[in-house]
Ligand binder design. Structure first.
Ligand code: CUA
Length: 365
């Protein structure tokens, strides 16, 4: 049999070693010193939705701090007041205390109500309908990338959502395959993208999300609903810019880019248009009108490729075109030698891949 003394002398003593506590406390405190919070709900960007959620979070946080202080205060007082003393009397035995029981039931109920009121208020505040002049963007989830359509501007893009600062946006979200969830923590959210099916009342399962960003910048987002092997690789970026800059972006998206004749990019354009690329990808102003994969209009201007996976460089583009499944398991895009999503390998030579990468990179000017 192991005696209590042995336990305290072995593992018990190690657990009570103050060095362990010091390490845990110091490392926890240092974790709070980081300066970069790309995906933090408790560092919301200036705007309505994220701020509303953060304010609710703070309300609940301070309520729980109050509860913590009261419970630990009472506990500490009891431990001190009724501690064992040498020669002290046996403690009195008590069965139930009506006053106390009513107290902690009613007290807890009041706290729950006080947390419920701002919660319901925030739920309605963040579910309200968009105004008439809000910017409409259709957000369509795919395994594993994001499609953004601007019906009023007649622009389609992928993985980087451009928004004007200070203007309300009206996102309409659905999915082309399984359920995804749009989440940009610093702007609020999340909201599910459901497969496009009819609900019992005949309407389509389109979710709406309305918010205003009041701060220019790039905000990181992530699919927040498990949607298959590459769920964690389904990133997005929201790029918020002042309205004139946003309008310029729209204009650029609508202006086709032609590679200089005789350049490697021009050769790449020829390869791209003659290969199976065009079955799935669209580039505005060309004969590429595929809709199964991401729209590649002005691809060169995007910061990343593969839904936030790789930095957008010509080398990475070539590597991605060669073997996309090496970066994103289960991706529907075929590689040079491997099929993908039921599509045959593209069979492009490395020279052709280089040319296509040069062409896509040139689509940024
Ligand atoms: Cu899309 Cu997870």
């Amino acid at each position: 049999m192991i005696g209590a003394g042995e336990l305290a002398g072995g593992r018990g003593r190690r657990l009570l070693n103050p060095i362990y506590y010091t390490i845990v406390i110091v490392s926890s405190a240092l974790l709070g010193c980081g300066q970069d919070y790309p995906q933090s709900t408790i560092d919301p960007a200036s705007g309505d939705f994220g701020a509303a959620i953060h304010s609710l979070y703070q309300t609940v946080f301070w309520w729980t701090m109050l509860i913590l202080a009261v419970v630990w205060g009472v506990l500490g007082w009891v431990l001190f007041r009724y501690r064992a003393r040498p020669g002290g009397p046996e403690p009195k035995r008590i069965h139930g205390h009506l006053g106390l029981e009513i107290g902690w039931t009613v007290g807890a109920a009041i706290i729950v109500v006080l947390i419920t009121i701002p919660t319901i208020h925030t739920v309605f505040q963040t579910q309200r309908e968009a105004g008439e002049d809000a910017l409409v963007v259709e957000v369509i989830g795919h395994q594993w990338w994001w499609e953004f359509r601007y019906p009023e501007q007649d622009v389609v893009t992928a993985n980087e959502l451009h928004l004007p600062v200070g203007r309300q946006v009206d996102l309409r979200l659905w999915s082309a395959d399984v359920i995804h969830s749009f989440w940009v923590p610093r702007l609020g959210g999340k909201r599910d993208l459901n497969p496009l099916v009819r609900k019992p009342d005949g309407s389509l399962a389109i979710n709406r999300l309305t918010f205003t960003v009041d701060e220019a910048g790039t905000f990181m987002g992530q699919c927040a609903e498990f949607c298959g092997p590459a769920h964690s690789l389904m990133g997005l970026r929201v790029i918020a810019a002042p309205e004139p800059e946003f309008e310029e972006w729209v204009e650029r998206m609508k202006t086709p880019v032609e590679p200089d004749s005789g350049s490697l990019a021009a050769r790449g354009r020829e390869v791209f248009m003659g290969a199976t690329c065009v079955a799935c990808h669209a580039i505005a102003g060309t004969n590429a009108r595929g809709r199964l994969g991401p729209d590649l209009t002005r691809l060169g201007a995007r910061t990343t490729i593969g839904a936030g996976l790789l930095e957008n460089t010509r080398e990475n583009l070539a590597a991605w075109i060669t073997a996309p499944a090496e970066f994103k398991p289960g991706v529907k895009m075929p590689g040079v030698a491997e099929e993908g999503g039921g599509f045959p390998p593209t069979g492009l030579s490395s020279e052709q891949v280089e040319a296509v990468a040069a062409y896509l990179a040139s689509l940024g000017r």
